[in-house]
Design a protein around this ligand. Structure first.
Ligand SMILES: NC(=O)c1ccc[n+]([C@@H]2O[C@H](COP(=O)([O-])OP(=O)(O)OC[C@H]3O[C@@H](n4cnc5c(N)ncnc54)[C@H](OP(=O)(O)O)[C@@H]3O)[C@@H](O)[C@H]2O)c1
Length: 290
């Protein structure tokens, strides 16, 4: 698929979607389905001849586990996973499992989802046609700080810092995941996507002045949702990234993320803590010591 050949509906859909196995795309069919589902907590499963919607609440570890169980029962391959869902600058509140919402939903939800789907992705990828994990972060990660002593922001909550921290954590997670996959020789890659500033509902919790500015000038200053989706689509399908992971992509080009994201010890520490919090086994030690 080339950019010129992609339909706007499909592009919009990709920003909203979470799971898209590659196949022979029937864009006309997909457009119809895609247009009807925007705004629901669903994960989209596209097959060459069918589209199915499965519910998944990323603010609930149980819901993620149930989604993965249902998905695996279908015994279909998974070639592209887009970790796209998110909330921004919400008031201090918790996920069903008691995690601060930005950290729990934006970061831990995708951390668990990806880990539980990795075996399927490893089976689905092959040399020369790797399966791809794309994780949507944000330029906000550049001002983020990872507070390992208080990841839940319970001592001093700032919605802005909490959002930035969750987006920073996603970059660290992706780089560590890529190192893990490469060390295991898996036919799966992991990259980060930064969509830019996009005119979407993400801004519903920001300061009213910013909302007003977005309403008045958003059409001029912000990317449209279609434009914001381009880098995700690019990362999902471009042959240029075959077998290549651990990249931070903005406007379809590789760029550097915040220096601290390349700190291997921090990546490892965050990964280990995330395994504890989500109750999954940490295979990092075995992989890197073996
Ligand atoms: N817009 C920007 O300027 C911008 C800039 C940088 C990065 N990003 C990133 O781009 C991604 C997409 O954001 P967007 O701009 O498209 O915002 P959006 O329009 O608000 O979309 C966010 C999506 O996340 C879903 N979601 C929220 N809570 C969920 C949950 N508990 N379980 C499952 N799905 C949930 C929402 O579903 P519901 O509608 O059903 O709640 C919605 O489809 C986010 O990761 C965001 O951080 C956006």
């Amino acid at each position: 698929m080339t950019h010129g050949g992609s339909s706007p509906c499909f592009v919009r859909s990709s920003l909203k979607s979470s799971v898209t196995p590659q196949g022979e795309w029937n864009l006309t069919y997909l457009e119809t389905i895609v247009a009807s589902v925007v705004g629901q907590k669903i994960i989209w499963c596209f097959c060459p001849f069918a589209v199915e919607f499965l519910y998944c609440d990323l603010a609930s570890l149980k819901s993620i586990q149930q989604f993965v169980q249902k998905f695996k029962k279908k015994k279909i391959p998974l070639h592209v996973l887009v970790n796209n869902a998110g909330v921004m600058m919400v008031p201090q509140r918790k996920t069903r499992d008691g995690f601060e919402e930005h950290f729990g939903l934006n970061y831990l939800g995708h951390f668990l989802l990806t880990n539980l789907l990795l075996d399927t992705m490893k089976e689905s990828g092959s040399p020369g046609r790797s399966a791809r994990v794309l994780t949507v972060s944000s330029a906000t990660h550049y001002i983020g700080e990872l507070n390992m002593d208080d990841l839940q922001g319970s001592r001093c909550y700032s919605p802005h810092s909490a959002y930035a921290q969750s987006k920073l954590a996603l970059v660290l997670f992706t780089y560590h995941l890529q190192r893990l996959l490469a060390a295991q020789g898996s036919p799966v890659t992991a990259n980060v996507v930064d969509p830019g500033v996009v005119n979407t509902d993400l801004y519903r919790h920001v300061f009213w002045g910013t909302r007003l500015m977005k309403k008045l000038f958003g059409w001029w200053l912000f990317k449209t949702p279609d434009e914001g989706a381009w880098t995700s689509v690019y990362a999902a399908v471009t042959p240029d990234l075959e077998g290549i992971g651990g990249r931070y992509l903005y406007n379809e080009k590789e760029t550097k993320s915040l220096a601290v994201t390349y700190d291997l010890d921090l990546q490892r520490e965050l990964w280990a803590r995330s395994c504890q919090m989500t109750g999954i086994t940490d295979v990092t030690q075995d992989t890197f010591s073996g």
